[in-house]
Design a protein around this ligand. Sequence first.
Ligand SMILES: [Zn+2]
Length: 687
Amino acid sequence: MMSCNRSVRRVAGWLAGSVVLLAAAAPAANYSRVCEPQIKPAFLPLPPGAVEPAGWLRDWAVAARQGITGHLDEYHLTFRDGWKGISIAVPGGEANGAGWPLEQCAYWLDGALRLGFILHDEALVQKIRARLDPVVDGVNKADFGTSLIYWRKGYKPEGFNGWAHSQLGRAMVALYLGSGDKRVLDALVKVYADYPSAMGKVPLVQCEVTGLCNLDAMLETYSLSGDRRILDRALAAMAQPEVVRDIRDWAKGSLPPGHMVVIYEDIRLPALVYPWSGDQRQLQATLGAVKWLDQNHMLPYGVASGEEFASGVGALRKTETCDVTAMLLTSSWMYRIQGDGDWGDRMERAFFNAGAAPIARDFKTMCYYQSPNRLRADSLPCEQPHSPGPAGTHFHQLGCPSVLCCVGAVNRIIPNYVIHMWMATRDDGLAATLYGPSTVNALAGPRVPVRLTTTTDYPFDENIRIKIEPQQQVAFPLYVRIPGWCQQAEIRVNGDPLPSRPDDNRFVKIARTWSAGDVVELKFPMAPRILRGFETEFPTADRGYFAFEPPAVFKPRRFPYASVLYGPLLFALPIADVDPNTPVKDARWQFALDVPRCQEAAGGKPRGGEALASGISVQRRSMPAHWDWPLDSPLRLTAPAQAFDWKPSDAQALPERPVTGDTRETIRLVPYGCTKFRISMFPVAAP
Ligand SMILES: [Zn+2]
């Protein structure tokens, strides 16, 4: 079934920041694992730290370090004391040190550790290791079959604790990959070689989190260790009759509209097991679930709605910040398995838009929910508190202070994007999988160290320059992704143009012998696009959960909206802010997008609900010296609009049909991620 050659195992590791080699003897590909599945995933991830952010992206990552990610343990007991095996006097905390804090604190530990690796910030890595190493030691000193909750002797995590366990499992895998510390892998093997295969189900109803999410860390542990007991348990977990029943209809695009974090975490599980099981139906189940999200709950910033349940489409529908994190994680796994550049497009859309909006510019406060249109700091509807009430859209040091998942999960967004910007390929090449400024140190060809420096202001600019510096002259293929929205990409190597027609996975392969100083230049011309769709009713699943009223929100509806995209960016009409919780007074935002005038003279067929918009113009200025998602954006669009008397309510955010405005005007739009208050889902003006 799978190739696994333990006798030639060679594991060599260096500390964070340098390349970790985990490879069998030739002919195994660079970065392949001790055990590889029969169905080979397309990409091999590089260890955390191989890719380092640069330029504007580094500014943002450093802000995270100086803000919430670097200091969350100073803000709340949950993060100060989680995973210490002591009782924490907080909501949901159990006397035995388990419960809610384990989940929330694991999110933070995982994100902060990864941020430390990508920034090569030894102080941050050591700070998090001081929390994780005692868990590693605790497990290694305990009897075989303990869990990461090692202080509870003989305990097998179940229910919520199983879910929390899965989250720390991922942090442990990152710790091993980033440090090469064998004791960490020993601990993971000790835990997962005796982990119960009945670890959870995936019903996607209510808010039921599942311990089945341990499959991420389990399969990583197996591929890194070759301990067959782990694979047997993982395969048995997905073969449980209840689980098979739960996922039976996913391939047909039929899922219960459950809790969105749980949906995003659960839907990848069949695909995760598929390379090992060879069961195509598992891959199809995940792909069907993704399609279901696209068709029913996707918002223009690239992440589905979730208040807390799947909430349909609407301009005031909300997305929990945990959903952004989970979406990116699931997409990175799918990208790795399938190698399809469409996953890169999806991740960029989510990261550059939904990743930035819920975080303050200084990364010192964040909010639990974002919504495409944000007109006030307290969540609508205030008069009927729900999910979890008006604090949900308020920026605070802890997000929503009574529910700490999002302030934990937000720390994973930047490092998980950066880690996946470059991946290794099966033919010993390297692939540019997600764009942005970075430096990567990786092995290519016959294990030759190569440094690739990507200089770009992407996505705020369309030019990308990659300088290649191999330690010695070396032949290897370099794969570059051509974004799906890009019509006429240009590729040059040392100034000479190359054909830019992508393969079926939307990559162009550049196979040649590389010398120090070679330069690949990419140009991805961007053009404004209009995305059109409809506000839909709320699914009824969450009707009882937060007593959501009024009943009208559940009545079938199809109210038109239009959004503006440019490259991977969603654009919004900004409402200037005094601070993230205070919009300026008297801002004008009551506009319908004049779609007919936007599309004057635009050619081409709409693609996926999107059409080119020649009536929108672009203004570009140089980037600021320091990047903090400024409202005074270096990139702006000007679009035709019509002013009209618009009175959105939480029951109905958009007019029922296209409107005829009082005056024709021009509005200026900036990237959605630069705004704190905004309109990004517009009513549509009538022809
Ligand atoms: Zn959350």
